[in-house]
Design a protein around this ligand. Sequence first.
Ligand SMILES: Cc1cc2nc3c(=O)[nH]c(=O)nc-3n(C[C@H](O)[C@H](O)[C@H](O)COP(=O)(O)OP(=O)(O)OC[C@H]3O[C@@H](n4cnc5c(N)ncnc54)[C@H](O)[C@@H]3O)c2cc1C
Ligand code: FES
Ligand code: FES
Length: 1224
Amino acid sequence: MFSLIPVLSVGLCGTKLGCGEGGCGACTVMISKYDPFQKKILHHTANACLFPICALHHVAVTTVEGIGNTKSRLHPAQERIAKSHGSQCGFCTPGIVMSMYTLLRNKPKPKMEDIEDAFQGNLCRCTGYRPILEGYRTFAVVSGFRQCLKHSGRLSPLLLLHLFDSSKFQPLDPTQEPIFPPELMTQRNKEQKQVCFKGERVMWIQPTTLQELVALKSQYPNAKLVVGNTEVGKEKSIEMRLKNMLYPVILAPAWIPEMNAVQHTETGVTFGAACTLSSVEEVLRKAVAELPSYKTEIFQAALEQLRWFAGPQIRNVAVSDSGMLAHSPLISPCSTEGKRTVTMDEKFFTGYRKTIVKPEEVLLSVEIPYSKEGEYFSAFKQAYRREDDIAIVTCGMRVLFQHGTSRVQEVKLSYGGMAPTTILALKTCQELTGRDWNEKLLQDACRLLAGEMDLSPSAPGGMVEFRRTLTLSFFFKFYLTVLQKLSKHQNGPVSVAREGSWGKSELYIITLLLLLSFYSSVDASEAQSVPGFVCFVSAKDVPGSNITGIANDETVFAEDVVTCVGHIIGAVIADTQEHSRRAAKAVKIKYEELKPIVTIQEAIEKQSFIKPIKRIKKGDVKKGFEESDHVLEEMYIGGQEHFYLETHCTLAVPKGEDGEMELFVSTQNLMKTQVGSLGVPSNRIVVRVKRMGGGFGGKETRNTILTTVVAVAAFKIGRPVRCMLDRDEDMLISGGRHPFLGRYKVGFMKNGKVKSLEVSYYSNGGNSADLSHGVTLLHLDNSYNIPNVSSMGFVCKTNLSSNTAFRGFGGPQGMMIAECWMSDLARKCGLPPEEVRKINLYHEGDLTHFNQKLEGFTLRRCWDECLSSSNYHARKKLIEEFNKQNRWKKRGMCIIPTKFGISFTVPFLNQAGALVHVYTDGSVLLTHGGTEMGQGLHTKMIQVASRSLGIPTSKIYISETSTNTVPNTSPTAASVSADINGMAVHNACQTILKRLEPIKQSNPKGSWEDWIKTAYENCISLSATGFYRIPDVGYNFETNEGKPFHYFSYGVACSEVEIDCLTGDHKNVRTDVVMDVGTSLNPAIDIGQIEGAFVQGIGLFTMEELRYSPEGNLYTRGPGMYKIPAFGDIPTEFYVSLLRDCPNSKAIYSSKAVGEPPLFLSASVFYAIKDAIYSAREDSGVTEPFRLDSPATPERIRNACVDTFTKMCPSAEPGTFKPWSVRV
Ligand SMILES: Cc1cc2nc3c(=O)[nH]c(=O)nc-3n(C[C@H](O)[C@H](O)[C@H](O)COP(=O)(O)OP(=O)(O)OC[C@H]3O[C@@H](n4cnc5c(N)ncnc54)[C@H](O)[C@@H]3O)c2cc1C
Ligand code: FES
Ligand code: FES
């Protein structure tokens, strides 16, 4: 009955489901309708996952299939994103294309700003956004864009030209677009009638007059009114999923004339309650341009807030919500009793999500008033992410001065995020009335607000000190803004110094039961009465083994004990996803709760570790400390959710013979997916992977759980079963990057040279070992030569979902701690951090702490090139100058190196196979052991085969990866897939070439096709396998001997940021990256990997924060609460260069691995933030090193910028309260 997505998926698979809650934009479609009120056809984007099907009456929907395709012709919006390498895994691409397409339909000649704004509601996890913007910039008429994005321009100008050639793009021809369906146009003159749709459990009524609506509301007082469905839809999907709630009657007032009216009155502008936010924006923008500025203070603030309110897909359909307009507008509810007008004041909200609007009333309109002369208004919002994020704290502030004076006549301060409802600081406002707007008023206001805007330390949402401090910071900003306006008004302008595709035939879908704790019984009898119910599967249905995991230490289905929230107890199979969800909710489970271990701290206290505890020792640490000064500290690095845009999915097709089964899986690891749970040999199970919508390590091992559940279900019913996890389920079940705690003691000389390091790493492994014994200890040096090292790595066993591989695989955390002590000791020595880093860098031929000799060490070259191309020293001076001039805005800069070891540290995984078939027409079918997840592996492998065989890439095709073509595949991971599969492909090609050699010699002028034909006629095999293993790798932790890595990849990044010390917000001003990728196999792909990894790292170190309850329940289960970087978060200037002339003798065609190494370079952003905070602290007289944990969220940045405001909001004593969330 609700979302458009299931309807589209019947035949149109282009529109993707990434989150189901309006947060990712993968499902973006274009909605077109004739608007009888504006009398024109309107096109706008919308999220298909929220858009109600019933609201499509009289509306046309265009999906990505409707604008072009590879068979006939791609639309320029499709062609340009593809040719500019703006698509990697491609899962976000249809949504991004549709956002661009809709913009072009409305504005064929957009400005770059329009393009950036169009993407506020789209996320991409692969590309790092730069290539998308770059490709679409070719549509822009004026290139005055906000982002200045370049790559390789300075070091290798030719490369830039070769990445794409815009002169070859098809021109955009707006006359060729499909027309609005004439049958919908003819509706415009017909009288509109009330429409009613009845579903299995829900009735949707669309009245056409206000009278009908109020009558219906009086008949069904509990009916939900739905316009954009962006609130109800989101809430509904969450409530339906988690609480099984339902709204049986829905009233849709979108076509009622009065509710779409816009009226300019004496006092302001009145918007009908069904006017969308985009239309409100348009009207306000026009008013601001036309009216005197003093009259539009509120409009201007509302516009600024609207810019940060969700994305365009939401604003295009959502109506103005009361929370957004914090100034007291007038609203007009009406009912069968008549109309009344109420002011949104302190009496408006009566409770959480409750207002004085009665159940039988509907809201008719909202008035946004004009401001008066002498009246000033500002609104502020602080969120995790600037774009498309709900506020942590928001506020609207208004002051009216007595005529011609700076004496307050009236003041209103209203805050969101400080209580269950929007609240007014009534006491503070009362005290400020009649006072002069001066420093004394500021001090008193802050003191009063600190008292009035109090929060319990256990308040839902957490971040208590931060939220309290924000209330003061916002007032301070308001104070300064008003002061500036007042003085401008009174004295003229002054400057205020120091201010600041799956198949579609399968029938059965499965939903998992995700339940907490330790259970004693399961009763699925009620589920059977849900329509479409097929069966329930659990541990007892597993024909083979229920044991799984890399260390065989976990179960697929929980048996008696549930070891984490997200451990699967059973699964329901039904005919549709909706029915299986309903049936799953009806399963009753009895629990007996046990005390879980959730945090690293708790695990340390209980000594709950997953063995072995790894150690690396080198030199004499004790002696090293005796000869040096030292610092002792610790740092916490939070975990990270993979957030691949495509969640885990599996289709299991039983073949009906001898236990044969075909599994179509979204996995990086085919071999592990040949599930043992069916009790049949591996030769009966074929696993196929066409491509994945992103993996990043998250599909290396964890997909086996879902695949086993689906396979067991298919086995049981003997029919195909499919499951694609919902985003919240995926986030809950599949684990992510490990949170880490690092404790270190570092000894150093006065010149900054490191002598000794003692370090312990504690990672939160979750409920099983999985891949937790990663490579952290092998990266504890980052790029620095440390003579004496003693290190230990503990994997904490907790009751969280098992954490797993994630791009970099423990390496980034190891290096992050190194940069932490590096930053501390530079501070302690009083030396510039870049000098201290450089003096400690390795040299060619040095031995690492694990005794591997560094050969072909290009890092110092990368360092020097990055220093010079970023103009480091000159910009550093400018930053110092800026910081002297500004008290509340600070800039910081940092240059960071990385050295990343390449190989699986489990030696036998460093092997790969390939299979090459040449057909009689000369075409080549290539298969290898690696999977394609957007990293361009297949493209690189085709290039390798093309180069080896000496034929064009157009003759070579890769269809999929499968276990019946290349067996025993290593996971596509550890950055080595191009290296090892490339060599295997090369070897297979060489075998074929060797067989062809005599034929080529006898016909040297012949073509490839001639040779193949002759070979066939001479009965020469045209099929060959290839195999490769990396030689001489293998390391022993016990003896600290052997080579863990085949070679190293190197890179350096320099980043500059600007922080807002009052709110904790930050901007990524500029980043320069220099990366050694050997002789690149494909510069476009490699640059894409560098940028994508870097932006993912920005998420890790500055934004993405998983939040858990003290009981280990994950709160952040979707894009609404968990923020990954969006288009606006990439550095405003982003320069990526590939180091020249650095062939790598150890890998295919002298290339180097690139997937993981660049991720850590984003630590340069983190330490640039820390640098900026140092400057803010110095202004408050604090100079000592301080602890900054990762990620550097607005909360951490603000709290670290100690000042008078933070001192007014001290933290509660730990242990005296139960926090809302805990650091795991
Ligand atoms: C991805 C995403 C991002 C978001 N970002 C923000 C944000 O930044 N800031 C923010 O404040 N909100 C945000 N929201 C929440 C939501 O978009 C807003 O609350 C929006 O204003 C809801 O409008 P709608 O028309 O879609 O509401 P609907 O879902 O259609 O309805 C919302 C509620 O209002 C009631 N209602 C609607 N019309 C009337 C009427 N005429 N009379 C009486 N009751 C009525 C409905 O019954 C329902 O309870 C976001 C939502 C999503 C999905
Ligand atoms: S799937 Fe609709 S926005 Fe994510
Ligand atoms: S290409 Fe954007 S999510 Fe993969």
